[in-house]
Design a protein around this ligand. Structure first.
Ligand code: LHQ
Length: 261
């Protein structure tokens, strides 16, 4: 990773948690080419690193992410920008076989909101502002927004959020089921770290398999999903962590999961 890229996205390993932090605070961590490149690289490394068992995504400064950098030269073909930048990022987050926790303080706007929704567990400050800001500049929700919103919040709220573009608080987002939880402002990062640490000590392989199951469930019939669960459980059942979990239960002690297959 070049020095410029490592400045716009900070990467650090904290035990078994890989922390990835958007770092353009003067622009509310708006997304530009440099951030996309660095983020893809950091996520790729986190996936390949067997020592990394959970990922924490956060942003520096007073906001998580204000979406696309609107001060950059914008491409004529926005569809192409999605194909080359946004869509690969969303796919990478969803298919990554490790849990991704997102900490949101202040604003999560446009693709910044949908980037958060693409993560597995989102923790926000109570007064964080989530907004599908796209309509305010004449665009439609992207980065998976039209897919995530109705699934998480239901059609009525999805349409209201997208068409009005008005911000909702972290507290409201949690009440609507868009995110995992809202906590006191200023403690969202600590809570996200606590959850990431917790996840990093759990059976990583099983969590990766769960992500596959949830992804497939969005298109599968119940029958197809039950068949898939056989495949996933067969694989989980062959893991060292399953052996350890059962042994620990029988021996009445806390399990020590290694995260290896
Ligand atoms: C920003 C941004 C920003 C650059 C704040 N860019 N600088 C995909 C395909 C390709 C192209 C198009 O888009 C997409 C997907 C998208 O994400 S579209 C949606 C893009 N995002 C937005 O429309 C949100 C734009 N930002 C805002 O509406 C406000 O800044 C919010 C509501 C996020 C925050 O408001 P405030 O808390 O009042 O902060 P601010 O507006 O004063 O912003 C602070 C600074 O950050 C300011 O810079 P300055 O030099 O004046 O201090 C802003 O210009 C800058 N900034 N968002 N997206």
């Amino acid at each position: 990773m070049g020095s410029d890229l490592s400045e716009v996205v900070l990467v650090e390993q904290a035990g078994a948690v890989c922390r990835i932090t958007l770092n353009r605070p003067d622009k509310l961590n708006a997304l530009n080419d440099g951030i996309f490149e660095a983020l893809a690289g950091a996520l790729g490394e986190a996936e390949a690193d067997v020592g990394c068992r959970a990922i924490l995504l956060a942003g520096t400064g007073r906001g998580f992410c204000a979406g696309q950098d609107l001060t950059d030269a914008l491409p004529d073909d926005l569809g192409r920008a999605l194909e080359t930048r946004y869509n690969p990022l969303v796919r990478q987050l969803r298919s990554l076989p490790k849990p991704v926790v997102c900490s949101v303080q202040g604003v999560a706007a446009g693709a910044g909101m949908n980037l958060a929704l693409a993560c597995d567990i989102v923790v926000a400050g109570r007064t964080a502002r989530f907004s599908e800001a796209f309509v305010r500049i004449g665009l439609v929700p992207d980065a998976g927004g039209t897919w995530f919103l109705p699934r998480l919040a239901g059609e009525a709220r999805a349409r209201g959020l997208a068409m009005l573009g008005e911000p909702i608080t972290g507290e409201q987002a949690a009440a609507w089921g868009l995110i995992w939880t809202a906590v006191e402002d200023g403690s969202e990062l600590a809570e996200a770290e606590r959850i990431a640490d917790q996840l990093a000590a759990l059976p990583t392989r099983a969590i990766g398999l769960m992500k596959r199951g949830f992804a497939a469930a969005t298109v599968n019939s119940l029958d197809a999903q039950l068949a898939l669960e056989c495949i996933l459980q067969r694989e989980a059942g062959r893991s060292a962590d399953f052996q350890e979990g059962v042994a620990a239960f029988r021996e009445k002690r806390a399990p020590h999961f290694s995260g290896t297959p």
